[in-house]
Each structure stands twice: as C-alpha cells, then as structure tokens.
Design a protein around this ligand. Structure first.
Ligand code: SAH
Ligand code: SF4
Length: 364
C-alpha cells in the first residue's frame, strides 16, 4: 500500500541514519544514502550501487524516493521562467517555479495545497485550503529543480542568459530558494522548518541560509517563533496596507493578527536577531500605490532595518485590479527613500504562464 511507504525526503540526516541502524545496517550506509539523495541526486534506488543489496531491497519495499512526477511543464516566452505542475501521492497537485534572474537560479516552492489565508488578489487564496505539504513534499520540489538544472545542457538555452553560450550551466546546482509558492509557510511551520533543515544540511544540498527566503502573510506566532529559534534564513512579510483597515481589506488574516501586533513581532525579530526584514507590497493601481500610502509605509517602517519589495499586481481570475505603472512605482520608491527605506520593484516574469507572484493555482 503506497501510503505505508516511508518518504526518504521526510528524514533529516540523523533520522535517516537512525532508521538505517534500526534496520540493522551500519550508519556509514546512512551517510552514503544521504549522499545519493542530495549530492548525487541518484535516479532511483537500484542506481545506489554502493549500498548493500539487502539495504537496497529494504529501501525498495519500505520506502519511496518521494520524487514528484511532472504533470505539466510550461516555459515562459520571456525565456527565464519555467513552471512545473507536480503530482503528489494522493493525486493533489502543486506548482513549483524555476526562475533565472540575472544569472541566478531560484526555485519558488509551495508549502501547502491551496491556502487558508484568502488574500483577495491571490490565485492560491482564491482556490481555498486543501492540506499542508509534508517536509518531504517541500524538499522534493527543490530536488526536482536541482535535477532539472543538473540535466540542463547547452542545448536548452531557455535557462541561459541571452547571448550566453552557457557551457558553464552544464552542471549547475540549485542555490536559491524562496518559499513564495502556494500556501502560507508559517501556517505549516514544522514541516517547512524541517524541510529547510534538510536542504541546508552541509553534506547534502548544503543551501546557504542566506539563500533561502520565507515569505509570510504575517502569522505573528510564527514570526516570534522564528526569532526565538534563531532561524537564520531571510524573512519577508507581506504588508500591502499601512493601516489596519487598508490591510484588512486585502489580507483577511489581518483580523487574526492585527497590524500593531504584526509590527511588534517584526521589531522583536529584527531586535532579537539583529537582522533586517523584507516587506512585500503588492502595488495595485489606484488602491494602495499613491503618495499617501507611500508616506504611511515610510512612517510605519521608519527606523527599522527593512527593505521593501514592491510587486506590481499580477492578474488573477478572481480579482479585477490593475498593476501600478512604472512611473507611479518609481514615485512610491522615491518617497520610501526619503524615510531611509531601500526598495526594489520586482521584475515581472512568467506572467504569460501564470507563474508570477500570487498566480499559482491548481484546479482541484
Ligand atoms: N503566503 C506567503 C507567500 C506566498 S505569496 C505570503 O503571502 O507572503 C508571495 C507574495 O506574492 C506575497 O507577498 C503575496 O502577497 C504576493 N501576491 C499574491 N498575489 C499576488 C498578485 N496577484 N500579484 C502580485 N503579488 C501577489
Ligand atoms: Fe496565501 Fe500568500 Fe496567497 Fe495570501 S498571498 S492567499 S497568504 S499564498
């Protein structure tokens, strides 16, 4: 029965070694298996030739590699973005995005099937919540993108920079991850943090903490927990409104975690960890992109070690708003700069394949 199988991507290295020992094998084989999973990215269990035959047999009967089959793959006309619809063992599906920005490849991974937070302009929110992903299902998305990169050769220019002959992309590895796909990662805290620990393991994928960014709608207890646990990854908080009323109109989760409590949690985080926070602001024309709102953001965040990432609204079926035009976005940035706040306007990529921020959704 498939559900009884252990997903190898659900284990930390210590847990995997303990499991191998519990089966009566040497911990050395646990380390070798880990290497096959995350360093060599072995295609399947029979390919793990250096493991004892008996262990391979055990793995074949009791475990699954946890790879997520691709139901559909779409490539953006911009040449920089690919979207994968991946099938989970229970037939639910999720989306994972591979993005190449200025020579750097980033995987945008999902943390849930759907999302319970209901942000009005987000396609994932519009589809509702189905379930949390397991740690293994989160890890498997990164492993998938890593395998795509490793198998990419010079004849697949979609992954290369324009004009780049791309030989050095041959054996590229995944180095950057954003938890900005489907779902609210801090609603699924334990699985998300376990997945990050697995991906950071120094003898596996060895992703740098500073190459991982988690974006939250503002789950206050989760932010406080990240601070208390001294989680070294980057944190981005979705703001979208600088007053409780304006934010609540876009982000229903602001009812549970009001703006003043959110800002207290953010200050606690920056003070405790001595680290800056990123704030995300979806720019919606005529709604939250005027000078008054920019001043309100400036006043709200003044003095905090913060950077604002502005995201012009991407289209979704359930929300009629339009993205802010470039000139207005520049003005917004200029006002933030007056308050000492650095900001960026996110490049719009993958919009034609529905791979932009907030566009990920799966018809169930
Ligand atoms: N659940 C997390 C992470 C996923 S969404 C969060 O909400 O932070 C990643 C970012 O995209 C968030 O800042 C989110 O508010 C933003 N976003 C959602 N829908 C969008 C849309 N249609 N256009 C632009 N940004 C959007
Ligand atoms: Fe969920 Fe984030 Fe979308 Fe809001 S923006 S509905 S929290 S995925």
């Amino acid at each position: 029965m498939a559900s009884a199988l252990l997903n190898l991507h659900d284990f930390t290295r210590a847990e995997l070694t303990a499991q191998i020992e519990a089966w009566g094998f040497s911990p050395v084989h646990g380390a070798r298996l880990w290497n096959y999973l995350y360093y060599e990215s072995a295609a399947n269990i029979p390919a793990m030739m250096e493991l004892p035959v008996r262990l391979r047999t055990r793995l074949e009967t009791d475990t699954t590699l946890g790879r997520l089959p691709v139901s559909r793959e779409t490539h953006s006309a911009d040449g920089f973005t690919r979207k994968y619809l991946l099938a989970l063992a229970d037939a639910h599906r999720i989306e994972t995005v591979l993005m190449r920005y200025t020579g750097r490849v980033t995987a945008c991974v999902s943390s849930q099937v759907g999302c319970a937070m209901g942000c009005v302009f987000c396609a994932t929110g519009q589809m509702g919540y189905t379930r949390h992903l397991t740690a293994g299902e989160i890890v498997a998305q990164a492993v998938h993108v890593d395998r795509v990169l490793r198998s990419t050769s010079a004849d697949t220019p979609a992954l290369a920079e324009p004009g780049d002959a791309s030989p050095h992309h041959r054996h590229e590895r995944l180095r950057n991850i954003v938890l900005m796909g489907m779902g609210e990662p801090l609603h699924n805290y334990d699985a998300v943090m376990k997945a990050i620990d697995i991906l950071r393991d120094s003898s596996g994928m060895a992703l740098g903490a500073k190459k991982i960014c988690l974006s939250t709608v503002g789950v206050v207890p989760g932010i406080i927990r990240m601070a208390d646990e001294n989680r070294p990854i980057h944190l981005a908080v979705s703001l979208h409104g600088a007053t409780q009323a304006e934010r609540l109109a876009l982000v229903p989760a602001a009812r549970a975690w009001p703006l003043d409590q959110l800002m207290d949690a953010c200050r606690y985080y920056t003070t405790k960890l001595g680290r800056r926070i990123f704030f995300e602001w979806t720019l919606i024309e005529g709604k939250n992109d005027g000078p008054a709102q920019a001043h309100a953001v400036g006043a709200l965040l003044r003095g905090m070690p913060a950077q604002v990432n502005l995201i012009p609204l991407n289209p979704t079926a359930g929300y009629a708003g339009a993205p802010t035009q470039n000139i207005a976005a520049k003005q917004f940035q200029a006002i933030l700069a007056d308050y000492g706040l650095p900001s960026t306007v996110r490049q719009r990529r993958g919009i034609d394949i529905g791979a932009g921020c907030g566009q990920l959704a799966v018809a169930e």
